[in-house]
Design a protein. Structure first.
Length: 318
């Protein structure tokens, strides 16, 4: 069982505060035993004001962080004011510096500001809520900001975009730790999508033209039924009734990815599902998912998650 500690700081947003307990707490094994133990702490163990009209009481102080396998920092209303280490509340940097080297750190929404101020994102890629992405990049030019994605996993430090993207990130953690079957079970229990398409670009406020082009959703659904085929951009654009340039522009605006990136993502998702749930050979799975050969499947899977198809199957099968 992995030990998860949620660090609640002043002005914490209640919705984000509840996510780890709700989603990681819903992950169980085949016998119904919890896969994560989730507790909440404050820096000094005292009650913490929320961004709503109430405070919360906790049973632990920051010493609980030393034994954590995963530390989750939910967003708080004041976090965008943290523009360098000196602006962090007393004790935050010390608490994060005392974590074990193998502890994974999850920042939800604008908690990215806390992680950057503590020096945990220097030279790394991260995301944050699109509304604050430009401010974040100005404050932390040493961090490579990816404003169009739902979450970023750099190995030890993981960051999400808005509040709902924190759900996507936590489901990603479950999927990474225990496979897609467990993650899908958590999603069903919590009545959310197991994996959302695209990035946060589709949620950015922008004026909608009065005579906008038709969307690409129907073509995406069509493509999902034909992942085994060697689909090309021209095939997708033809199905949507658009030029390739218009289709690519519309697709990226709606999904946050290029058509090619999206196809690879969908094929990898299907390949991982088949590796977990079927006895098909690696070569047959490569054919079924449109990669064509086991060599190509191996290359893409290793680039995406760092393991071979065989290693993935041994880890998550059954």
């Amino acid at each position: 069982m992995r030990r998860v500690v949620v660090l609640a700081l002043e002005e914490v947003i209640p919705f984000e505060l509840s996510l780890a307990s709700r989603f990681l707490g819903a992950a169980v094994d085949a016998d119904g035993r919890p896969l994560y133990s989730v507790i909440t702490c404050s820096l000094d163990g005292r009650p913490v004001r929320t961004s709503a009209d109430y405070a919360i009481s906790v049973e632990h102080d920051a010493s609980a962080l030393a034994e954590a396998d995963i530390v989750v920092i939910p967003a708080a209303r004041t976090f965008t004011e943290f523009i360098d280490r000196s602006t962090l509340p007393p004790g935050v940097s010390e608490a994060l510096a005392g974590l074990r080297s193998d502890t994974r750190i999850v920042g939800i929404c604008i908690a990215t500001f806390v992680l950057a101020a503590a020096g945990l994102l220097d030279g790394k890629t991260a995301t944050t809520h699109w509304y604050h992405a430009a401010r974040f990049q100005r404050a932390y030019p040493q961090v490579d900001v990816a404003p169009d994605v739902l979450f970023v996993d750099t190995g030890r430090v993981l960051t999400s975009a808005g509040a709902a993207a924190g759900i996507d990130l936590l489901l990603h953690l479950v999927r990474q730790d225990h496979g897609s079957a467990v993650a899908n079970h958590v999603a069903r229990r919590c009545v959310v999508q197991p994996q959302r398409e695209g990035g946060q670009a589709q949620y950015v406020e922008r004026p909608i033209p009065e005579h906008a082009d038709a969307g690409t959703a129907a073509t995406r659904a069509w493509a999902l039924e034909r992942l085994h085929d060697p689909l090309q951009l021209v095939d997708l654009a033809r199905h949507a009734g658009m030029s390739r340039r218009t289709f690519t522009r519309r697709f990226r605006a709606e999904v946050g990815l290029s058509p090619a990136q999206w196809l690879i993502q969908q094929r990898l998702d299907l390949a991982r599902h088949l590796l977990e749930s079927s006895d098909l050979t690696i070569g047959r799975i490569a054919e079924r998912t449109g990669f064509g050969s086991d060599v190509t499947l191996r290359q893409h899977l290793r680039a995406a998650i760092g393991v071979s198809p065989g290693a993935y199957r041994r880890t998550f099968r059954g």
